[in-house]
Design a protein around this ligand. Structure first.
Ligand code: FES
Length: 221
């Protein structure tokens, strides 16, 4: 807290305070499974997976029925205590991801930093271009970025192309979770291990055959 203004002051990245805040936040998310399941975003849990608490606690793979996710819609699923964002990206959104005007504003547009499995190191950061699968935790201090797919009064800039905005300290990501330049967050949003178990069936927590990616290996969660 700033003594003069009374405003909250963000701890420096890497400081002991920042590490403590991050741990506290992750503990809160991990412990929030039951609360989230009964709260405002309960429907994804009920409609798409409905796992037992034992399954969630064990970190088992979770199946998601993508046939119910409309174009442009995002659902949030808790896996191993982390919010996993699944988005059905529209054709227009996919075209935007490749526009030089956006790509030039990104810190790591080619995903060179190890924040995703090899099968998601491409321009759309996913297996199928239309479906994004991301860990929804800001790589700055661990807040939950807001999904802002289209311009509206709350978008952070006039020519907002759609993406994620972290209101805590102003970090911005595109709809592939690629972080903008000159924002506090240093890295793209992580991509968890996942595979398709059917044309419209997603399994979060398992790699495709032959892949061995472990989410714990990423540079920054
Ligand atoms: S936590 Fe600081 S910008 Fe996201």
């Amino acid at each position: 807290m700033d003594a003069a203004s009374g405003a909250a002051v963000a701890p420096a990245v890497g400081s002991e305070q920042a590490r403590t805040d991050r741990r506290d936040f992750l503990r809160m998310v991990t412990g929030a499974g039951a609360a989230i399941g009964a709260g405002a975003i309960a429907w994804p849990f009920i409609d798409y997976m409905n796992p037992s608490e034992d399954v969630i606690a064990a970190g088992a793979a979770i199946d998601v029925d993508l046939s119910k996710v409309e174009p442009g819609q995002q659902i949030t699923i808790l896996w191993r205590g982390r919010p996993i964002l699944v988005v059905n990206r529209t054709k227009a959104a996919l075209e935007t991801l490749q526009e030089p005007g956006l790509v030039g504003r990104l810190a790591d547009p080619a995903s060179t930093v190890h924040q995703q499995p090899p099968y998601a190191q491409n321009w759309h950061r996913s297996i199928k271009p239309e479906f994004a699968v991301l860990v929804g935790i800001c790589t700055h201090l661990g807040c939950l970025p807001k999904y802002l797919p289209t311009p509206d009064p709350t978008t952070p800039e006039a020519n907002w192309p759609g993406g994620y905005f972290c209101p805590c300290h102003g970090s911005k990501y595109d709809l592939a979770g690629r972080v903008y330049k000159s924002v506090p967050a240093p890295y793209n949003l992580p991509v968890p291990p996942y595979r398709f178990s059917g044309d419209q069936k997603l399994r979060i927590g398992e790699n495709p055959p032959g892949a061995t990616f472990d989410l714990a290996s990423v540079v920054q969660m």
